[in-house]
Structure formats: structure tokens, C-alpha cells
Design a protein around this ligand. Structure first.
Ligand code: ADP
Ligand code: MG
Length: 199
């Protein structure tokens, strides 16, 4: 079972991976965006870990809703409201249980990903974080390791795609040949699950 500590570790591990990869995320956002994705998420997840420490939410659902709210209020770019919605809606779906099973997490995350799809209007194949999150959630039923591998593959599969959503879509065909920054950061969020589980 996964308790509030697991979810705190998930957010802390995500913040650490985002810190480590911030320059790469910004570099990916340079040819097909405005070169701020790494700094956007770094600011967001730094604020998330600080607020989790300060407010010490004690259920899985409240950890994620608080984290999501913090991302929405600190990240200016498109990714803030999208990641914020993902975490907030996933947290809401977990309710006020003190522990949840990996299956319940997978189901709640699916609700969160659906909310991101509704908010941003992106479908699989549009070269966004959705291309990472959908296969990752599908694989989460197997294991965190399977989800991590599916997420990495999903992110890499965005390279030959033409962007149809977000800033990169303004480039039309010139968006082809670059890995999507949001799909890449989404793979970090999924990888952090495995780290939180200590696997
Ligand atoms: P901005 O584009 O405002 O500078 P960021 O650089 O932080 O914001 O984030 C860009 C990422 O957000 C993209 O790489 C993409 O994965 C994701 N994104 C943008 N628009 C959408 C959307 N409508 N649906 C899903 N993801 C999106
Ligand atoms: Mg950007």
C-alpha cells in the first residue's frame, strides 16, 4: 500500500530529477518553444516541496491536491496549469484514504490524465506530455518499472511528430525532428514513482 509518505517522496524525487534535467528541458524547449520549460518546472517543483514540508498534508490525496495547486499558482507557462490539473485531479480521485493500492493510483492517474486532455485538448500523437502520460498509465497496472519504460518510449516517440498543440504547433512542419520538452518532463514524473517506491 502507498501512504502519504510515498506521495511526498514522489514529489521530492520529481523535484530532484527536474533540477538535474532542467538545462536539458530548457534546451529541448529552445528550437520548438521559448526555452523556459526547465526553469518553469524547477520553480514549480521547488515550491511544491517547500509547501509540502510546511503544510505536512497527511493523506495521499491531500499531498497531490496541494502539489497541484502550488504548480498552478507558481508556473506561468502552459505546463503549470496542465501538470497542476494532473496532480490535483489525481489527488481528488484518491479521496481521503490514508493508504491506496498501486491499482487505485493507476486508476486515479487515468482520471488526472483525462482531465489534462480535456483542459488542453491534446490527443495522443499531438506531440505533448499526453504522448508520455497515456502509455505510462496503461503500463502502470504492471509495475512502476514498466510505467517508467513506457514513459521514456512515449517521450522519444514525439521526435518525428508534428506538434498540433501548444507553442510548438506554431512551427508547423518545422516542429518535426525535436523531442517534445513536456513529454520529456512527464517521463521524469513517472520515473520518480519508481524512485519513491525504492525499486
Ligand atoms: P509554454 O509553452 O507556455 O512556454 P512550457 O514550456 O512550460 O510552457 O511547456 C511546454 C510543454 O507543455 C510542451 O512541450 C507540451 O508538452 C506541453 N503542452 C503545451 N500545450 C499543451 C496542451 N494543449 N496539451 C498538453 N500538453 C501541452
Ligand atoms: Mg516554454
Amino acid at each position: 500500500m502507498l501512504d502519504a509518505d510515498f506521495f511526498r517522496r514522489w514529489m521530492t524525487a520529481t523535484a530532484a530529477l527536474v533540477d538535474r534535467e532542467a538545462d536539458r528541458l530548457t534546451a529541448l524547449d529552445s528550437p520548438i518553444g521559448d526555452a523556459d520549460h526547465g526553469s518553469n518546472l524547477q520553480r514549480g517543483f521547488t515550491a511544491v516541496t517547500a509547501t509540502l514540508e510546511k503544510e505536512a498534508p497527511d493523506t495521499p490525496g491531500s499531498v497531490l491536491t496541494l502539489a497541484g495547486r502550488q504548480l498552478i499558482s507558481t508556473v506561468g507557462g502552459a505546463s503549470g496549469p496542465l501538470y497542476g490539473t494532473l496532480l490535483r485531479r489525481t489527488g481528488k480521485a484518491l479521496g481521503d484514504a490514508t493508504e491506496v493500492s498501486p491499482e487505485q493510483l493507476a486508476e486515479a492517474l487515468r482520471t488526472g490524465v483525462d482531465a489534462v486532455r480535456t483542459l488542453g485538448g491534446a490527443q495522443p500523437g499531438d506531440k505533448t506530455m499526453i504522448d508520455t502520460l497515456v502509455p505510462a498509465v496503461d503500463a502502470l497496472g504492471d509495475s512502476f518499472a514498466a510505467a517508467r519504460a513506457a514513459a521514456k518510449e512515449g517521450a522519444e516517440a514525439t521526435t518525428p511528430m508534428q506538434a498540433r498543440k501548444g507553442r510548438a504547433s506554431y512551427l508547423g512542419e518545422r516542429s518535426i525532428g525535436h523531442q517534445d520538452p513536456g513529454a520529456t518532463s512527464a517521463a521524469l514524473l513517472v520515473a520518480a514513482l519508481e524512485e519513491a517506491a525504492g525499486e
